[in-house]
Design a protein around this ligand. Structure first.
Ligand code: AMP
Length: 563
């Protein structure tokens, strides 16, 4: 069975194409959104999703979130004694989603289509693919998130329409300009910023709170910081229905509070809004369109639920954004539709989707001759926003006498100077020594539909070929290291799905006990203990009764300060 996965910075979703339509799959708690959070306890038990998010409040040192931003890097996250890279943490999320899907569908799931931010670079894409493999999934395709959202949005539409997809997730921002001329959907341009997202808008609130209350981030412990972030996130979301927010937090026994109006918040967000404007302008420039040529602006990603973002979009485009699709679910639905297209399901097999590569790819060359030669220049081979799949060749020659090798640097980026672009890899071929410029090599870059790059260098005189599929950063590990890590990862066991609701409730109880004092603590303690005893006895009716009682107690304590 093939599933579609939206592997988000903050939340992830899984879906499939069944009975002629896309279907979202609930997790073991019956929810469609699984928080992209992982936590590992001292016994090596892995928590994923809501229970991990709850556990992170009590055990931040054993938990990790927002790791999508570190995909394709060497950064390691410490979860207690375990050290995991972003792709390994992502693989645990994927493993959990895969298990949810298997349980829901009642069949084994082997293949997946995973969505990635359109502006993800080659290393980040390869890390995503590896995360899938580590989760035991064959990643048959990666689809750009805004393209998936456009697919979900454009499904069933008729006629011709030019869209701009504005996708602000938790940690990334993507813009895509597309044209739908049913059944053909053509992406014209992609732009984005991998380092701006909804989380940065939470940071603004957090910063204002610290400034106004005189608290210093440096002296606050990690638990308080996580608690503050959670409150800031909640307050940020209250702007969706209220023009004012009250942010309160108890720090070291003292209550700190800040009252903030949406106008003040919006003002503080201006530098971030300015950053959002740049990719929009660039995507329009690349697509050779003006703001007024866009027929519909579609909002995708949790970040676009903010009225500050909606107002920004409205001001910029002089029109209200299209609200038809749920910004949280559009990408997963699009990924599921892509599963249908891939399987050539009757209902959607006519749809033709063309995508483009987000970045320019090229190599380093010397320009000029003799004393005027300057090295370190960038030679673009595939220009950004070229329709994929694509294959392009450029020829280079030896730059000095008796050169014995030609070394090709594989670069990604837009800068004129090679060193400012991202080095993806290097390929070296031997050439017969001779006069400068005599030996020539053809460099062929091939970019497939998943935006994965393959490079081939051919020496013209000898016919010698070298090929390289850029594997991403995990190849910094030796093969043995990679295997050892894989082995260690397989030993980590996910918390069984059927235990998830109970575990989540117990974790919530534990956390609220720590936050509460006196009488409230007694109430929580009594309810948690009774529930634990029922679980130990294994009597289903009693478990269900005590679970309801504990839930009621916790809800009341949270909602009613006088309880
Ligand atoms: P995603 O990765 O698409 O799930 O987006 C998650 C981001 O959306 C997080 O930064 C959330 O704080 C943000 N978000 C969700 N709901 C709202 C809301 N009502 N107002 C502002 N931001 C929101």
């Amino acid at each position: 069975m093939l599933i579609g996965i939206d592997l988000g910075t903050t939340n992830s979703l899984v879906a499939c194409f069944r009975n002629g339509k896309a279907e979202l799959i609930p997790n073991s708690l019956g929810q469609l959104l699984t928080p992209s959070v992982v936590s590992i306890d001292s016994e090596g038990r892995v928590y994923v999703g809501s229970s991990a998010k709850e556990r992170a409040l009590l055990h931040p040192e054993e938990s990790a979130s927002v790791f999508k931003r570190s995909m394709g890097t060497d950064r390691e996250f410490s979860l207690g004694k375990h050290k995991l890279r972003a792709e390994e943490l992502s693989s645990l999320i994927l493993r959990s989603l895969k298990e949810d899907a298997q349980k829901y569908l009642g069949e084994s799931v082997t293949d997946a289509i995973i969505s990635v931010p359109a502006y993800f670079n080659d290393l980040q894409r390869k890390a995503t693919k590896r995360a899938g493999e580590l989760a035991g999934l064959n990643v048959v395709r990666m689809i750009n998130e805004p393209t998936a959202a456009a697919l979900a949005h454009g499904m069933g539409e008729e006629g011709n329409c030019t869209y701009l997809i504005f996708d602000l997730g938790g940690g990334t921002f993507d813009v895509s300009v597309l044209e739908l001329d049913a059944p053909i959907m053509e992406v014209h341009a992609i732009a984005g910023d991998n380092f701006i997202g909804g989380e940065d808008f939470t940071d603004i609130l957090l910063r204002l709170f610290l400034e106004r209350t005189g608290l210093y981030k440096e002296v606050l412990d990690p638990r308080t910081m996580i608690e503050l972030r959670k409150i800031a996130e909640h307050c940020k979301c209250t702007f969706s229905y209220s023009p004012e927010t009250l942010m309160c937090c108890n720090v070291n026994g003292k209550l700190h509070a800040m009252n903030l109006s949406i106008e003040e918040y919006e003002k503080a967000c201006e530098p971030l809004l300015e950053r959002l404007r740049k990719p929009i302008e660039r995507s329009l420039r690349d697509a050779k369109l003006r703001l007024r040529d866009i027929d519909k602006v579609v909002l995708v990603g949790g970040g676009t639920k903010s009225p500050v973002i909606r107002r920004f979009v409205e001001r910029l485009f002089q029109r209200a954004p299209d609200q038809r699709t749920d910004p949280d679910k559009a990408i997963a639905i699009g990924a599921a539709l892509q599963c249908g297209i891939k399987n050539r399901e009757e209902q959607i097999r006519e749809i033709v989707l063309t995508d483009v590569c987000p970045f320019t790819l090229g190599t380093e060359v010397i320009v000029g001759e003799g004393m005027y030669a300057v090295d370190g220049h960038y030679l673009p081979i595939i220009e950004r926003n070229t329709v994929i799949p694509v294959s392009r060749t450029e020829t280079v020659c030896t730059s000095h006498d008796n050169q014995s090798r030609i070394t090709v640097k594989i670069l990604q980026g837009e800068s004129r100077m090679a060193q400012n672009n991202l080095l993806l890899g290097e390929l070296s071929v031997p050439v017969p020594p001779g006069e400068q410029g005599k030996e020539k090599a053809d460099i062929t870059f091939t970019y497939d539909i998943n935006s994965l790059l393959e490079v081939e260098v051919t020496v013209r005189s000898t016919g010698l070929k070298r090929k390289m599929l850029i594997r991403g950063n995990s190849c910094n590990l030796t093969e043995q290291e990679a295997e050892e890590r894989m082995e260690a990862l397989h030993h980590l066991k996910l918390n069984p799905g059927e235990e998830e609701p109970n575990r989540l409730l117990l974790l919530r109880g534990e956390r609220m006990y720590e936050e509460a004092t006196m009488e409230k603590r007694h109430k929580i303690d009594r309810a948690v203990t009774a529930f634990e005893q029922a679980l130990n006895k294994g009597d289903r009716t009693e478990i269900s009764r005590q679970r309801d009682l504990l839930k009621q107690t916790l809800d009341r304590i949270e909602q009613d300060p006088d309880y």
